[in-house]
Structures are given as C-alpha cells and as structure tokens.
Design a protein around this ligand. Structure first.
Ligand code: UGA
Length: 456
C-alpha cells in the first residue's frame, strides 16, 4: 500500500514483531518484500504501532489480514483473531471509516461481523460511521509482492456504493491497468476465495490420483499432465504431480469449507474434498513406501513394500529398512521461495523417516529454522553438500532451484549410495541414470532394472 502511494500504519498486537518491522526487519522470508519494507520505512510512508487508539483515530480504511487457522483438533476455521480485530477496531475508531476484511473466512462471517461492529459501536456510543467490506486475498507466498501490486483480479464484497467507491480509490492503479473488478455481496466474496483454493487443491489431487495409476501400471505422469494441459479448458498449471500440497492455506481451507457446509446442513456437497485431502496425504505415504522399495532393492535385489505407511507408527518393514539409513532430505518448506513449513509434506515425510530410525540430514535454503522449531530432533545442516556427504539415499521434496541445478556427477562423488527419489518431478532421469544413480520419482512405477539402464 505504501508502494502504491498511501500513508500506511501497520498494527500488530505482538510488540516484538512491531519493533522488528520498525527497524525494517521482516519476520518471514518473502522475495522482494525486505527491499520494499526498508524503502517505505525510510520514506516515512510506512509506520508501525501496537496501539488501536492510534489507528482508530487516524486511518480512513482499515485492512484486517489476521490468520484464520484450523481449530486445534477440529476441521473448522478458528475465527478468534478476526473477531478480536473487528471488535478492537469497532471500539477505537473515532471517525468515518471502512473496515476491509482480507482474511479467509467461512461464508456468513462478514454478515455476522457487520452486526457485531454495529452493536459494539452502538453500545460504546462512538461517533462516525463505520462500514465493513470483504476483499479476499489471492496472493501466493513467494510471489506476494507481484500478486499484490499487479493482482489478476480484485473481488470486493460491499453493502454500499460508498464502500465500493472507497475501494476503487484504494485500487485505482490496478483499475487503470485493466485488472478485472468484481463488486459483489458478502457471501459471494467469501465463497470466491474458498472456491478458488478448493479448485486448486482439487487440480493437484486430480493429477496425484492419476499418479497412483501410473505408479501401478507404468506411464509418464508428466507427459499426461502436459497432454491434458494443452486443452485450454483444463490448463497445465497446478497439474504438477509430486508430494502434494501443504502450507497455511489449501489444506485448512478445504477442511474449513467442509466444516462450514456441514453446519449449513449440506453434508454431501463438499464430500469430494475429503477425498482430495486423502489423496494428498497418501502422497506422503508413497514417499516413505518408495524409500523402502529403493533401499531394499539396493540391499538385496528385491523391492519390498513398506506395508501400511498411513499409520503414525512406522510398519516393521519400514523400520527394518530405514533404521540407521542416512537420508539427505532436500527441502522442508511447503514450496520454494518461502520459509513456511506449515503442513509441509516435506517436513511430515522427514519426521516419519526419523520416527522409523533413519538418520535424516535436512537441508532447506530458507526453512531449517522454522522446521527445527517444530521438530527439533531432526538433523539439520546448513548446506546442500553437508546433506549429501555420506548419504545412502537422497529425497528431494521441495523444488528449490539449488536442487534442480544439482550436477549428478558431482553429487555422485559425495554420497555413499547413488539412490535418488524425486518427490517433485523436477530432475530429468537420464543424466542421473547416466551418472549411475537409481532414479525413482513420484507418479512413476519403480522399476529398478529399467531405471538403471533405459531411463523411465
Ligand atoms: C495458495 C493460493 O495459490 C493463493 O492464490 C491463495 O491466495 C493462498 O493459497 C491463500 O489462500 O492465501 P500458497 O499457499 O502460497 O497459495 O501456495 P500455492 O502456490 O497455491 O501452493 C500450494 C501447495 O501446492 C504447495 O505445497 C505446492 O508445492 C503444491 N503444488 C502446487 C503442487 O503440489 N502441485 C502443483 O502443480 C502446484
């Protein structure tokens, strides 16, 4: 917003975060954002505070971007933070203003918050007219700056021409650049967001379901995705088969949507999303199973199955093969260009291998510190080389450029056993096979003889 020319005051209730931001330090990794933060802290257009009094007396438009995580032990969204933010603003705004919700919320939340806002202000007897609007956020981690400055669409749920007019002023630059503008009601705006994420999750699980077929009968999942992706009605994006989706959005959003429609009495409506969730989580089982197959085949020429990999307790076959095995685990964030490990498939797999007795050396260009806070007992190393030296098995689970660019010959000189699992389908098999590696990948049948000689 400061980059767009506005005067901005950022509020958080965590004083440590506000102090760091005031010094120009970001609490997370996001490419391009540190430079913008510094630029506008220095220009004076961006300031920070912990005081609701200060923002309430100052701003014309208040954006709420607090989290709506999954409730502990449930699938529904936890709305405590968004409720607290609206209530605090309602109690402190002393002039005409617009509150704009950006958080992802269950349908019906904005209408409830509109009433909460009105009641809170009536009870407190405060001056000024304060309205609510809902403006869902579609930015992707890793591309947050670009997605914010040049969004592919703007969706606003509004209840007055005044609210829409204010938001048109806020987004004037994007509007002059031709960004599609969708002004609608609260319910549609809320649903657009969850519908988009549910669709993306479904696309990923759709191709990953086909992975289960190609893993069984053979075939090339990447070529299949390319071929259907050429149909413009389908499109190639988000059809990358691999370890599946994670992060702070897709997994919890599809669960919260199911919980919300059940509350509405529509239990069957989003039941397919439970299937998408299952397909997604089975990808992690598959990585463990493939590790057991690759290692057992290397050891005694028979690719053994791990048996039941879905249970939190590793199967005896898994422990038997993995115990003491040195695994170089490349990537631990839920995707590249982020340090976020929330619901990360890679971190889940790392933990399962560790539980089965493997000696796991985790390396991620950005995610080690966050992963170590969550699973302190895993082994973390601060370079790719350190992870590779002496490894019995390499498993790539987050497709950072540093891993895509690895030189198979060089890697072959560092490891103890030339065994590789590509959990994201980003390493061309042939150069690795030429360097003597057994190359296995998600979405591909593991056929060691072919892997060593002909390519898969
Ligand atoms: C997602 C949406 O893409 C954003 O539009 C949305 O604003 C955001 O959630 C949100 O709700 O705030 P994000 O969580 O940053 O963004 O990540 P994505 O780029 O969507 O990737 C999600 C996961 O899917 C990652 O784990 C990624 O590795 C995986 N993925 C993605 C695949 O497994 N295959 C693909 O083809 C694409």
């Amino acid at each position: 917003m400061a980059e767009l020319g506005f005067e901005v005051l950022g509020l958080d209730i965590d004083p440590a975060k506000i102090e760091a931001l005031t010094r120009g330090e970001l609490p997370f990794h996001e490419p391009g954002l540190p430079e913008l933060l510094l630029k506008h802290v220095q220009s004076g257009r961006l300031r920070f505070t912990t005081s609701y009094e200060e923002v309430g007396a100052w701003a014309d438009v208040h954006f709420i971007g607090v989290g709506t995580p999954q409730k502990p032990g449930e699938t529904a969204a936890d709305l405590r933070f968004v409720d607290a933010a609206v209530t605090s603003l309602a109690e402190h705004i002393t002039q005409d203003a617009l509150i704009v919700g950006k958080s992802t919320v269950p349908v019906g939340t904005a209408a409830r918050l509109r009433d909460l806002l009105a009641e809170t202000r009536a009870t407190a007897g405060l001056d000024g007219t304060v309205e609510l609007a809902w403006n869902p956020e579609f930015l992707r981690e890793g591309y947050a700056v670009k997605d914010t400055l040049t969004p592919d669409r703007l969706v606003v749920g509004v209840e007055s021409a005044h609210a829409e007019g204010l938001l048109r002023q806020v987004y004037a630059k994007s509007l002059t650049e031709g960004t599609p503008w969708i002004a609608t009601d609260f319910a549609t705006a809320e649903l657009v967001k969850v519908a988009a994420n549910a669709f993306l999750a479904t696309k990923i699980s759709f191709i990953n379901a086909f992975s289960e077929i190609t893993e069984t009968v053979g075939g090339d999942i990447g070529t299949l995705a390319d071929a259907i992706g050429h149909d413009p009605r389908i499109g190639r994006r988000f059809l990358n088969a691999g370890a599946g989706f994670g992060g702070g959005c897709l997994p919890k959003d599809i669960r919260a949507l199911q919980a919300r429609v059940s509350e509405l009495g529509l239990d069957r409506t989003m039941r397919f999303l439970a299937e998408m969730d299952d397909i997604n989580l089975r990808r992690r089982d598959r990585v463990v199973d493939l590790a057991v197959q690759v290692l057992s085949h290397h050891r005694d020429g028979i690719a053994r199955s791990a048996g039941d990999t879905a249970s939190p307790v590793p199967s005896p076959a898994t422990v038997e093969v993995l115990n003491g095995t040195k695994v170089a685990l490349l990537g631990v964030t839920f995707k590249p260009h982020s340090d976020d490990v929330r619901d990360s498939p890679a971190l889940d797999v790392a933990n399962r291998l560790f539980t089965a007795g493997a000696d796991v050396a985790v390396y991620d260009p950005q995610g080690n510190a966050n992963a170590a806070r969550r699973f302190p007992r895993l082994g973390y190393v601060d370079s790719l080389e350190k992870a590779l030296v002496g490894a019995d098995l390499i498993i790539l689970l987050t497709e950072w450029d540093e891993f895509r660019q690895m030189d198979p010959e060089y890697v072959g000189r560092l490891v103890d056993q030339k065994l590789l699992i590509d959990g994201r389908n980003v390493l061309a098999p042939r150069p690795w096979q030429d360097a003597g590696f057994t190359h296995a990948a998600l979405g591909h049948r593991f056929s060691p003889a072919q892997s060593a000689t002909e390519g898969s």
